[in-house]
Design a protein around this ligand. Structure first.
Ligand code: PEP
Ligand code: MN
Length: 338
């Protein structure tokens, strides 16, 4: 249920209603926008008398929310969420666009430091790199783990770029203390115990869409994180499994961008690298994602894609990244004027 509060209502005037709702064992979510304050109720609202709430002086309207997701729903929070990375880092959402770039896996200190500097020079706002890798084969490189995070932190110290890296196991949470954004990968989008734990952390979570996940499932996964207290969730479309797998690794569902932005206030970014699986398709899909209204991009960049330890075929070189980043800036200018 949501109650839209009349403009000009003070906190003191809202207080009796809020404390009464809390006594009904409901979680009360207050969203104060520039023009509107919305009180959202999470829990069993069946015993709350809608007409009684509607009749209160301070209430403009009250409605029951039929969607199963609440905290991530735009109904609960009409304005775009802006995610602040670190204290002075980049912002994502609500008109703030962020490019996350870097290799699939952190391989060597030289590799990650070189790529970090190059993507920074090209215009990236955050550095990505996998330290714990979810690989289809147990015989493939599984990531350097803790050492990989240390290499990322060295690259962060040298470039100032905040870092994004994937968490697969709650036992490794202590190693992520200095990581700026926690990535939950497509294979773990519905690992609910993991989602609950990152929900207790106070850093942004980049949540990827599941390999064959519906948009509702993605939003329900975001809800798991938010229901545990962490409201800083970035949704990421990274392609889904369809009958095509010969010419593209996955199928990029670009319509996910406007749909998610309609249903939710959370920022939505696109990963054209995993979505296509081919480096020559990354540029066009990255630009299309910007035109579709994405709040950011995550792109795999490698100094030597042919010899990458993972995802080489979809990795672009720093030179290609420079070119894409400058085209992104141009498209952003065009759509700002639309
Ligand atoms: C990755 O970002 O390297 C990754 C493994 O992505 P996904 O979870 O989307 O497959
Ligand atoms: Mn990858």
């Amino acid at each position: 249920m949501i109650a839209v509060i009349k403009p000009g209502t003070t906190d003191e005037q809202m207080e009796p209603l809020i404390s009464w709702l809390e006594k009904q064992e409901l979680r009360v979510h207050i969203s104060k926008g520039e023009y509107q304050t919305v009180i959202g109720l999470i829990g069993d609202t069946s015993k709350v008398d809608l007409e009684m709430i509607q009749s209160l002086d301070i209430v403009e309207s009250a409605t029951r929310v039929s969607e199963p997701y609440k905290a991530c729903s735009r109904t609960f929070h009409p304005e775009d969420t802006v995610i602040q990375v670190g204290e002075n880092g980049p912002k994502i959402g609500g008109g703030h666009f962020a490019i996350i770039a870097g290799p699939c896996s952190v391989e060597t200190p030289e590799q990650i430091s070189y790529v970090a500097q190059r993507v920074k020079d090209g215009g990236a706002h955050l550095l990505r790199g996998g330290a714990f890798k979810p690989r289809t084969s147990p015989y493939d490189f599984q990531g350097h783990g803790q050492k990989g995070i240390e290499m990322l932190l060295t690259a962060k110290a040298a470039t100032g770029l905040p870092i994004v890296t994937e968490l697969m196991d709650i036992r490794n949470i202590p190693l992520f203390e200095d990581v700026d954004v926690i990535q939950i990968g497509a294979r773990n989008t519905q690992n609910y115990d993991l989602l609950k734990e990152v929900g207790k952390m106070n850093k942004p979570v980049l949540l990827k869409r599941g390999l064959a996940g519906t948009l509702k499932e993605l939003l329900m996964s975001a809800e798991y994180i938010m229901a545990n207290g962490n409201e800083n969730v970035i949704l990421c479309e990274r392609g889904i499994r369809t009958y095509e797998s010969t010419y593209t690794r996955n199928t990029l569902d670009l319509s996910a961008v406007p749909v998610l932005k309609k249903l939710s206030h959370l920022p939505v970014i696109v990963d054209p690298s995993h979505a296509t699986g081919h480096s020559d398709l990354v540029s066009s899909m990255a630009l299309a994602a910007v035109a579709a209204g994405a709040d950011g991009l995550m792109i795999e960049v490698h100094n030597d894609p042919k010899h990458a330890w993972s995802d080489g075929p979809q990795s672009i070189t720093p030179d290609v990244f420079d070119d894409i980043a400058s085209k992104i800036r141009k498209i952003r200018e065009v759509i700002k004027g639309c």
